[in-house]
Design a binder for this molecule. Sequence first.
Ligand code: UD1
Ligand code: UDP
Length: 350
Amino acid sequence: MKFITVLGARPQFIKAAPVSRELRKRHEELIIHTGQHYDKNMSDIFFDELHIPKPDYHLGIGSSSHGKQTGEMLSQIEEILLNEGPDYVLVYGDTNSTLAGSLSAAKLHIPVVHVEAGLRSFNKKMPEEINRIMTDHVSDYLFCPTDTAVQNLTNESITDHVYNIGDVMYDAVEYNRKLAEDKSDVLNVHGLTSKEYYLITVHRAENTDVKENIEEILNAFKEIPEPKVWPIHPRTRHVIEKLGLNLDEIPNLHVIEPVGYLDMLTLESHAIKVLTDSGGVQKEAYFMKVPCVTMREQTEWVETLESDANILVGTDKEKILNAVKKDVYPEYKTIFGDGDASSKIVATFE
Ligand code: UD1
Ligand code: UDP
């Protein structure tokens, strides 16, 4: 079978790495990179480090408004699909690249395979929620990471070719955990000591695009005296610069460029806690039994909330600080599969 995979943003490279490796054992795969993420440390670094095959098509779309970005992707992807005539189009997650890939294929009657289907925050103000709902409703094969995701699809009357195969991000962590321990020198490079620092990531539109929210988050960080390391997403760096907010007022803060995946796994596993609004980082913290504080009002990964392994705090300064101080002892339950989600996906197409 001939698959065309459409990718564009950092978490999709990480999800695609294990799936691509399995898929190519039995099928032909071509990769379209939309260019949604383009900085070296938001894109190329993952292809190199995770040995993801080089994209066959690079659209170079870059950043713009939702409509313009998605529209330009649609137009170029359609042309490639018409020329290549794949049997399936494979998309991951919930970004604008996901929506463009799934919609272009569905309109051409090419079966759509959605990996990480069925997630819902039930907040349609999030661009990701629109992308997920639209993609799930035009998909022909829906690979869910959890029972909750299957149930969400059932509630929307999507029941055909729905599979709970576990989470491909768990596959990625299992495959790379040991490599990260062996290869990453990130703690030394930044003068960090295991279990003596907090790891921060922030990039969600609802946090970065509302001045009061990003200010409140920074005000909370000012009151955490311990070392904090923050590989900053370019979106957030731009917002902080534009608003003239001063990160120097935050004590013991190491703001660093976005890091590669092996460095990120290392930073996560050695942190006291993780403070994030990322979907992927919440789960990775859970996989590694590192407590997480999630600066969002909802999470799609509701399983992680059990026993306060992950605490939802929104952007309220006091809630953030209380969650940071709270003693919690997360356990990992195998609700995200056994690390073989990728081979289960591929086995479906035998
Ligand atoms: C996108 C996804 C989000 C996902 C995130 C992963 C959508 C709507 N959002 O958000 O679901 O969680 O990726 O990281 O698809 N920028 C750079 N260099 C880059 C990439 C981005 O400078 O390589 C800056 C640009 O100023 C750009 C901004 O970041 O305008 C936002 O990028 P964009 O891809 O639109 O959204 P993300 O916030 O990255
Ligand atoms: N990540 C990374 N380097 C970083 C920040 C994140 O490798 O500097 C990885 C992280 O380990 C996870 C994924 O990127 O696998 C999460 O992506 P992101 O937070 O950008 O998006 P989301 O998961 O929220 O869609």
